[in-house]
Design a protein around this ligand. Sequence first.
Ligand SMILES: *[C@@H]1O[C@H](CO)[C@@H](O)[C@H](O)[C@H]1NC(C)=O
Ligand SMILES: *[C@@H]1O[C@H](CO)[C@@H](O)[C@H](O)[C@H]1NC(C)=O
Ligand SMILES: *[C@@H]1O[C@H](CO)[C@@H](O)[C@H](O)[C@H]1NC(C)=O
Ligand SMILES: *[C@@H]1O[C@H](CO)[C@@H](O)[C@H](O)[C@H]1NC(C)=O
Length: 461
Amino acid sequence: MKLAVLRTFICALTTTGVTGLLGQRSSGTATVNLAESIGDAKFLASGFIYGWPDNGVNADNSIPENFASDIKFNSCRAGGAQLPDPSKGWAFGGYEGYIGRFNSTLSNYLTTRKFGGDFILLVHDLWGADGGSGNDALFPGDNEDWTEVDAFINQLVSDIQANNMLDGLVIDIWNEPELEIFWARTWEQYLKYYVHATELFRIELPNTLISGPSMAHSPSLDRETWRTWVETVSGKGNIIPDIYSWHQIGGWEREPERTIPEFDVFRANYSLPDRPLDINEYAWPSEQNPANSVFFIAQCERHNARCLRANWGSGSGLHDDMANLVFSVDGTYHPNGEWYLYKYYAGMIGNRVATSISSDLLFDVFATVSDTTAKVIAGTRTVKSTYDIEISGLDTIGLPQEGSVDVQAYRFDWNGSLADTGSPVDLGITQYEYNSNLLKITVEPPSNSTAFAFEIHGKGV
Ligand SMILES: *[C@@H]1O[C@H](CO)[C@@H](O)[C@H](O)[C@H]1NC(C)=O
Ligand SMILES: *[C@@H]1O[C@H](CO)[C@@H](O)[C@H](O)[C@H]1NC(C)=O
Ligand SMILES: *[C@@H]1O[C@H](CO)[C@@H](O)[C@H](O)[C@H]1NC(C)=O
Ligand SMILES: *[C@@H]1O[C@H](CO)[C@@H](O)[C@H](O)[C@H]1NC(C)=O
């Protein structure tokens, strides 16, 4: 395997704080403060949408369990999308169109629960609006008639109850309503549906969490869709979802680092309560690699958002491969390069600590402290540029204010979703000099998809 070599350089900080850099000019600095805990490790970004093979109405048993347990998989989002005739959803033949999708949903639910995960149920997929159902298809509330959607929700609720699906369940009211492929009707009709469906689910499943609005676009104060949705639910008690949700997909969108605080401004202005957040789809296909996954993980963790990887498979491919973390050859599953990154992330136990993104918003870090060990992962948003990581609070893990410290580094390679890159590359131990309780590590990624991990072992305090 011919791969460019990461060069990590330590630049001893002078007393004036000026650094002497070797190699390429740094594009910026992300920081880690080992002394400031932001809460227990929760693996908030170890979920994905779809990704489990269907197995009738039973849990999947085709993907070896360690692929899920090793990455501490903890959330899934599904609803039987993209199944062929006759299972095209309620809008295509009522119960006959729906039941195959429900079976798939139940199977995926049971697989998720086998690993203790939460399951976010996609109402729009069971309805059959799974992208391109077309203008001719029936949508909830057509001609101001809610009879059909009520019959659908009642059937769904009764099947959820009959199959003991309430534990760990979240009902996601509708997916990406501002995209015509998912909602080929007016925005006003969507807002009416949102209220109508929420009211009905609240009555029928009073103890079940609801998420919404799961917009395709992240919140922004000047987006009319977001503004009108917020205005619709504001002050309406039960209509406000238990979990706010949206998607973070593509380099053209602002990153969670900006969208989450902007949503908080929105919320405050419209007196919406502070509630959990699900980024229930993250990353465009070109953003599914170790570097970008760290970039998303870092921001999900910093802002306490649960995050699920988007899934770009189609048809039966959607219902497989753990949202492109594994792939199968002749029926045998293999992990790809990204899976190893999630496996390393799953080993970041203890306390999450405070971090900050680089000022160009293209490089980010996530870090944990457990006893006297600090672990840091670092990655860019699809750029191959040199960055620095400044790690403060070294005394927290029992190190003196200045001296030298051994840092173990690993590199996470990427060769597409269909290649097992093997375990992360062990870059060995580098000794760094530091002072002022602050260590600086420079990373020079060999590609725009490479991620790194650094481990610092302090001494018993
Ligand atoms: C990348 O994967 C392809 C197969 O998809 C393989 O032929 C190639 O050797 C791999 N490259 C490296 C550097 O491992
Ligand atoms: C759904 O599952 C039930 C129970 O196993 C089964 O009887 C039925 O045939 C299935 N329907 C479809 C369309 O998968
Ligand atoms: C704040 O809410 C008011 C309505 O209560 C609205 O008129 C105003 O545009 C909102 N401002 C922002 C920045 O969202
Ligand atoms: C990232 O690198 C790959 C491989 O060199 C390249 O094909 C791709 O265009 C790069 N992406 C960006 C956004 O620069």
